[in-house]
Write a protein that binds this ligand. Sequence first.
Ligand SMILES: NC(=O)c1ccc[n+]([C@@H]2O[C@H](COP(=O)([O-])OP(=O)(O)OC[C@H]3O[C@@H](n4cnc5c(N)ncnc54)[C@H](O)[C@@H]3O)[C@@H](O)[C@H]2O)c1
Length: 369
Amino acid sequence: MVTIGLPTETKDKERRVALTPSAVALAIDRGHRVLVQAGAGEGAGIPDQAYESIGAKMVVDAAEVWGADVVVKVKEPQAAEQAHFRSDLTLFAYLHLAAEPDLTAALLASGTAGYAFETLTDRHGLPLLAPMSEIAGRAATIMGAAALSSANGGSGTLMGGAAGVPPAKVVVLGMGVAGTMAARGARGLDAHVTGVDIDLQRLYDHHLAGTVDATQISEPQLVGDHVSEADLVVGAALVPGARAPVVVTEDQVAAMRPGSVIVDLAIDQGGCIATARPTTLSDPTFVEHGVVHYCVTNVPGQFPRTASAALSAAVTPRLLRLADDLAAGRAGTSDESPQLAGALNVADGKLVHPAVADAFPDRPRIGAL
Ligand SMILES: NC(=O)c1ccc[n+]([C@@H]2O[C@H](COP(=O)([O-])OP(=O)(O)OC[C@H]3O[C@@H](n4cnc5c(N)ncnc54)[C@H](O)[C@@H]3O)[C@@H](O)[C@H]2O)c1
């Protein structure tokens, strides 16, 4: 038996919760104890009573929840939350360490074991990133189309055009889960969509499936030609665990038409567009080189009902594995369950995931002398 803590999220306007009551019930049935911070589910429309009635212990104090053996949450711990780190704590959440040097330093200094949702890998890909990428991809088109309105500082271009007027041009960088959903959304609004990827097979699949109007291999100059013509660019390129590849340079952004829009979803890994910098749900956009940038690091946090249900469904089987492994003393060892493959980013004051360790060459890593 281990104690699982479910804190209330503290990031700006973040309303998701990592586990729904039905997921908590599964953990309790399995013999684990669950502490839920009062109000944790409120933003997603889940009252405390729904957790309490299935046997969770409700606590008011964040420190008590963080005192659990394993804390499961949505977003990377914020500065105030990092004060709860300790050497016998296991954290299971989105961490995005390659873009979070301070958080990485705090995890290393404390000895907390950090399992990241976004690097957990199975034969289909990244099962704990995919549900939020799906939602963020759909949202990217909605946010991007709205930002094109002149009332919001955009060029005043409507995605679908009109009779005798061509549609908006949308370029999607990275045709994985998020990029595919953004492309589908943009096509649903009758925009002209070009999908860019470094993976030719992936582009071939999209070409055959008709997800996009055109495909483009990710070569800098060719991408630049599309970007300079684009009304909306969606950034969704990822190399798991690593800092995002920079696919669009500052000069290419400067060559875009004034009032065009960039939505860089990859900002949580540092951004795949050179001019992107993190923004918040409270203050989501800025203008640089005349281009509106939307670079919110927690896009699904504004759709908490859908996103919490989707995240909880994906996380729960892996959390139960992790809790069982912790109870059996297998967590973080070579006997750890294959269902947690790729998730462990940091343990015992050392970086474990190779791509994360490569992002911090001066930090201690497992296997180094
Ligand atoms: N901002 C947010 O709120 C939010 C929410 C969810 C996901 N995300 C982020 O969106 C990004 C995409 O996630 P995903 O699940 O779609 O990833 P994915 O692995 O499904 O897709 C990434 C794609 O990028 C491609 N790629 C890699 N290098 C490239 C390059 N140089 N040029 C063009 N394409 C390249 C890959 O081949 C792959 O097809 C991630 O950074 C993820 O963390 C952000």
